[in-house]
Design a protein around this ligand. Sequence first.
Ligand code: NUP
Length: 211
Amino acid sequence: MPDLILALDVLSRSEALRVADAAAPHLDAIKIGYPLVLAAGLDIAGPLSGFGIPLIADFKVADIPNTNRLIAEQVFAAGFSAIICQGFCGSDSVAACVEAADDAGGECYVVTEMSHPGALEFLSGKNAELLAQMAVDVGAHGIIAPATRPERVQTLRAIIGEKKILSPGVGAQGGDPAVIAPLIDGMIVGRAIYTAENPAKAARAYAEFRR
Ligand code: NUP
């Protein structure tokens, strides 16, 4: 059963620290991305690191290998433990993130199939399966796969074996934690925790699904 990862997509430093402080006792990691970093700066990684749980950078990095490497190096230098990159740019671009992660003692996760409805237009089905196989081939630490489609998570699991699956889409996007939890290694929850009247209580409820 999975770790609980908070997707902290709030828009100020004070709100980020308020929610993180409340939820931290129930969390295994905090994931931040463009919303918070653009609003509060990359420096927000400093105080968030103070909660003593790993930080995941969800920048869905999608560029040429050299640019991916430069981005990943900045992420790990800022104190993150893991980075999320897109797979569709190809194995060399993903390998650049994986190498930067390995050099920093961190992890790299590759997006395969996304959780929202529009994901089905281009990057689902066979393409997602090819992305998952590529993630394995380049030595990525795991993949991102949709909690909104448990049957797809099972298909992708058959490809990646024991590599980790981090899965967003529980709560606000309709994914059922009880169904997805046995299939994955990390359950990513955002709005269902950070917009809750009591984020600590919401986080505790999702933490019930942990191992
Ligand atoms: O396929 C993906 N779906 C998804 O929601 C890949 C992601 N990285 N995410 C992220 O997970 C999304 O950007 C957000 O940070 C989080 C889900 O948040 P929520 O829907 O639980 O609020």
